[in-house]
Design a protein around this ligand. Structure first.
Ligand code: 13P
Ligand code: 13P
Ligand code: MG
Ligand code: MG
Length: 364
């Protein structure tokens, strides 16, 4: 059976500040998606939040970029925004960049990761969702999961993964894409995906069967809006087991927290801390950045789950490491590398301050 798995998310108002989501918004999301399921548009759904981002995980039969599914999500975000405005939540409607729906939420602010898959005998999927970070944050973990035998032993000892994986990488600034066949193209690929503010892994495919293995959201809010409006807070879908890495191999990169952009005012680097959903409440200096993981078994399109995958004491050391990394970076205050480099600050205060001080600069 062919199933489309769509994850669509948006920040439509924070409670309190940018740290969490008011229960009324989640309730509105649930009610709306329940109606869509009843009407036959959706097979199943799960509504959750990561920090101040509202997450719709949906299954249906209509393929990616489906206008009806996207419009239903968009209209739901609008209704949630109305509630957020009534409660005077912070940044109500933050990620909805346009007034009118144009047929697809891509380019309108919300983040989207989707895939069409042929459901296998057992179909475990993990949905990663992050807050206080940018698209590109998945580059390092996706590389670890699908290319690194020190992370994924299956690449070495499982015959159906030995051929490796194919990566689709986007240049988000130039709107171009390029394919890499790994392992042989790994070094070439790392030149690009090691610069995650510009290059994002969009899709990963099995080279054994050509089937889709992973899909991420790559929308860049600052590029869409031409100014800073909030961080992308991306999502990523990863299939597991069989011809794909085991669930444990999919989660393993997050046991070694890496540094991502997006903390405080979207202008700082910080460690990506793996947490349970109830811990995805970034309060310290509006962070540090969080990642949650919802695990499901698909059964005829039904989302059997979620299991809150990082709600496991095995990730306690990772959380402690992330907190230690956070302390170390915070010590730098307004200095790089805690603060983002200049070209990444383009969309914040830099242009205005430059303009103000222009006449003060003298030639030397
Ligand atoms: P099971 O035998 O429990 O399916 O586990 C296999 C496996 O690969 C776990 O990593
Ligand atoms: P969000 O992108 O999660 O809204 O965070 C914005 C911010 O500036 C936090 O300091
Ligand atoms: Mg916010
Ligand atoms: Mg957010």
């Amino acid at each position: 059976m062919k199933v489309t798995l769509s994850v669509i998310k948006a920040d439509i108002g924070g409670w309190v500040g940018h740290c969490s989501m008011h229960p009324d918004l989640i309730a509105e999301g649930q009610e709306s998606l329940a109606k869509a399921k009843k009407s036959g548009l959706l097979i199943d759904y799960h509504v959750t939040r990561c920090g101040d981002d509202l997450q719709f995980i949906m299954t249906h039969k209509y393929g990616v970029d489906n206008k009806r599914v996207h419009k239903m999500a968009w209209d739901t975000f609008l209704r949630c925004t109305a509630i957020a405005k009534k409660l005077k939540l912070h940044g109500a409607g933050q990620d909805l960049l346009t007034d009118a729906f144009s047929g697809n939420v891509k380019g309108q602010g919300p983040g989207v990761a989707e895939m069409v898959l042929e459901e296998r005998e057992a179909e475990p999927v993990v949905i990663f969702m992050a807050d206080k970070t940018a698209s590109g944050a998945w580059n390092l973990p996706l590389y670890s999961i699908f290319c690194d035998p020190f992370n994924t032993i299956g690449l070495v000892i499982s015959t159906n993964m030995h051929k490796g994986f194919k990566f689709e990488v986007l240049d988000v600034k130039e709107s171009k894409k390029v394919m890499f066949n790994c392992p042989e193209d790994m070094y070439d690929m790392l030149v690009f995906i090691g610069a995650p503010s510009r290059y994002s892994v969009k899709t990963v495919y099995s080279r054994e069967t050509g089937e889709i293995a992973a899909s991420s959201s790559t929308q860049k809010l600052s590029l869409l809006a031409g100014r800073y409006v909030g961080k992308d807070d991306p999502v990523c879908i990863v299939r597991a087991q069989g011809i794909f890495p085991a669930v444990g191999e999919v989660l393993e990169p997050f046991a070694r927290p890496h540094i991502v952009e997006g903390w405080m005012r979207g202008s700082h680097h910080g460690p990506l801390m793996p947490v349970a959903v109830h811990q995805s409440t970034p309060t310290r200096f509006d962070g540090p950045p969080r990642v949650i993981a919802a695990g499901f078994q698909l059964a005829h399109g039904k989302l059997v789950g979620p299991v809150d995958m990082f709600d496991d004491l095995a990730f306690n050391n990772a959380r402690q490491q992330a907190l230690d990394m956070a302390d170390m970076l915070r010590r730098h205050g307004p200095f790089e590398p805690h603060r983002l480099p200049l070209d990444e600050m383009e969309y914040t205060t830099m242009p205005q301050i430059m303009k103000k001080l222009k006449s003060k600069f003298e030639k030397i």
